[in-house]
Ligand binder design. Structure first.
Ligand SMILES: Nc1nc2c(ncn2[C@@H]2O[C@H](COP(=O)(O)OP(=O)(O)OP(=O)(O)O)[C@@H](O)[C@H]2O)c(=O)[nH]1
Ligand SMILES: [Mg+2]
Length: 208
């Protein structure tokens, strides 16, 4: 039995990594460890029900990237591929067996578990907690949501004319957390590795 306050986790990996070239960035090696493995390992320190969202054709490579991790995530594959991150969030959250879940993109290997704990705390009694950056951008792929409410909002948004992720946020009672409010959280938490150059840069800095 787990308590109500335990957090689920969703790792989004169903994208086509087009900016990354011919390979899937989810399983790309970053200093000896696949990117998704880094994100999952960090998420596992604060979440106890882990779901990986990806496409059927990624399963084998992702399973092998997570082999011997001691973790046994469940897999929720997209019934229709290429419907965007919002569809991935929906599929992942529908599979989660917890009231709240942290959602993290597979290309965010430096995600700070302390941020996810803070967001989980802020989300209490609400439908989620999302960081809003100074430029107005919402960090929707490193956020905590009430699983059923956000899954429903994603489904409704995908059926509507305005399919932006922020349109899904507008459908739920989400707490917005400002960047200034993130004292003690790693500055690299939101770094996403979209290109080969970004991967090389991250690898260089890990070696420093
Ligand atoms: N399930 C699902 N997830 C997606 C989809 N598109 C993006 N994602 C995920 O959402 C997160 C953020 O997306 P992006 O950084 O744009 O990743 P991407 O789309 O694979 O890469 P680009 O093709 O370079 O944009 C990543 O974790 C992706 O795996 C999609 O169509 N379906
Ligand atoms: Mg994309």
């Amino acid at each position: 039995m787990t308590t109500d306050r335990s957090l689920g986790g969703v790792v989004l990996a169903g994208g086509y990594s087009t900016r990354f070239g011919e390979a899937d960035k989810a399983v790309a090696d970053l200093a000896g460890t696949p990117m998704i493995r880094r994100a999952v390992d960090r998420l596992a320190t604060v979440a106890d029900d882990l779901v990986i969202n990806c496409r059927e054709d990624q399963l084998e490579a992702i399973r092998s990237a997570l082999a011997d991790s001691g973790l046994e995530p469940r897999y929720a594959t997209d019934p229709v591929p290429d419907r965007g991150p919002l569809a991935g969030i929906q599929v992942g959250l529908e599979a989660v067996d917890r009231e709240y879940a942290a959602v993290v993109a597979c290309d965010m290997p430096f995600v700070d578990p302390a941020l996810l704990e803070t967001l989980h705390e802020r989300a209490r009694g609400r439908d989620g907690a999302v960081v809003r950056l100074e430029d107005g951008w919402y960090q929707t792929t490193q956020a905590v949501y009430r699983a059923d409410a956000m899954a429903r909002a994603c489904a409704e948004t995908l059926e509507s004319d305005d399919k932006r992720i922020v349109a899904a946020l507008e459908r739920i009672d989400v707490v917005t957390v400002s960047e200034d409010d993130l004292e003690g959280v790693s500055e690299r938490t939101f770094e996403s590795i979209d290109t080969r150059e970004a991967l090389a840069d991250a690898e260089r800095r890990l070696g420093e």
